[in-house]
Design a protein around this ligand. Structure first.
Ligand SMILES: [Zn+2]
Length: 402
């Protein structure tokens, strides 16, 4: 026997009495659960893009409701005896779904009617709802336009009714959606705005949607995914958006309406600072290299090996410039490391004739790491940054003995 779906006739029914026809243990996550089938129910199962209801059957909590062909299966957290049972719907959750779902019908109709953008799928999430529109990218004018007209219709307080008929009858009345099912179908009519086959739960007038707020639009494969929220959820989301804006304004020390300009200014200042730091780093590295070279005493063969380990505050750009500058000087080799991140940098004047890449590989044979380069310039990174100083000492020793 098929479960009679009370929500088809009255989606506002919160309490009902039914007969428990079967109640069998089943697996639901880690907690013990039972699957109950009733002769009728007001609880909506997950289907058609609308999430399931929650509620109670007797003393048992309903943790899930699913469609199983003609039957509706109620997953409950304790066993209920066969026979009569009183059931109720978690109304806050259900009414929220009704607002989102009816808002989706209306919004999709506006995108279709006014802008020729059909909805190919929709999703009611626990935070945001989405519809996927086919066609070219919807402009801001289209997104705002569909929202504005939908909200006008909400203000009109138009009636929303369930209609029954065959697929052919609905097609004659202008239903766009192709329906494969045979027999009598259910469709939802928003007076003067939309007629759409649907088995979900809806509010009874457009005013009960409250408001529709369209948010982000992004590309989703070949379609455009439009985020929206309705009713109480829209107020919550708008409040949260405002708080985020307010926080950003406080951080920037600007008024909310000046946030975009203040962010733009801060980014351009940052880019400017970044540029001047880069050029300063180069100048400092060059001048440091010059004084190091002056102080360095050449070994017997005239070779100057400059080995240094820098602390974690040294910038990679600085090391790079420092090494490059040293290696411009004849008979000079630079062996550098950074103790914060374990970077190694070996460079030589081309006329020296050693092999920095081979030297780096020899160091990695003892202290694990990754990297490489050319004969004159090689760089890498030690797995263990704490070995930075020892790695440079080893490189120097290998050079002198080799
Ligand atoms: Zn619907």
């Amino acid at each position: 026997m098929a479960t009679r779906r009370l929500y088809y006739d009255d989606s506002y029914q919160r309490e009902f009495s039914a007969q428990v026809l079967s109640c069998e243990p089943e697996v639901h996550g880690t907690a013990p659960a039972w699957a109950a089938i009733l002769d009728c129910t007001a609880l909506y199962p997950t289907s058609g893009g609308q999430p399931n209801d929650l509620g109670k059957l007797g003393d048992a909590n309903v943790v899930d409701v699913r469609d199983d062909g003609e039957d509706i299966v109620h997953v409950i957290d304790r066993e209920v005896p066969l026979g009569s049972v009183a059931g109720c719907v978690d109304w806050g959750r259900r009414f929220d779904h009704m607002q989102q779902h009816t808002g989706q019908h209306l919004l999709s109709a506006m995108f279709q009617e006014r802008y020729g953008r059909p909805t190919v799928s929709f999703h009611l999430g626990s935070d945001l709802c989405t519809i996927d529109l086919r066609g070219p990218e919807p402009t801001l004018d289209i997104l705002e336009g569909a929202e504005r007209i939908a909200n006008q219709i909400i203000g009109d307080n138009r009636a929303i009714t369930a209609r029954y008929g065959t697929a052919q009858e609905f097609a004659e009345r202008g239903v766009r959606k192709e329906v494969q099912r045979e027999g009598i179908l259910r469709a939802i009519e928003i007076e003067g705005a939309d007629l759409q086959p649907c088995g979900g739960t809806h509010v009874k007038s457009t005013a009960e949607i409250g408001i529709i707020l369209v948010r982000h639009c992004s590309k989703m494969r070949q379609d455009w995914r439009v985020e929206f929220v309705c009713g109480r959820r829209a107020a919550r989301v708008a409040r949260n958006d405002f708080q985020l804006l307010q926080k950003a304004a406080e951080e920037l020390g600007a008024a909310a309406e000046d946030v975009p300009a203040a962010v733009k200014r801060a980014i351009s200042e940052r880019d400017g600072h970044f540029k001047s730091v880069k050029s300063l780093l180069q100048r400092v590295a060059e001048s440091d290299a010059a004084s190091v070279l002056q102080a360095a005493k050449p070994a017997k063969d005239g070779l100057r090996v400059i080995a240094r380990t820098f602390d974690e505050n040294s910038q990679p750009e600085y090391l790079n410039h420092f090494a490059t500058q040293l290696a411009k000087s004849e008979k000079t080799i630079a062996l550098l490391s950074q103790s914060g991140d374990g970077h190694l940098l070996f460079a030589q004047h081309p006329a020296v004739g050693k092999d920095m890449n081979a030297l780096l590989k020899q160091v990695f044979a003892q202290f694990a790491g990754k990297g490489g380069g050319t004969r004159d310039f090689a760089r890498g990174k030690l797995n263990d940054a704490a070995q930075a100083e020892k790695a440079v000492a080893l490189a120097k020793q290998l050079l002198i003995s080799g």
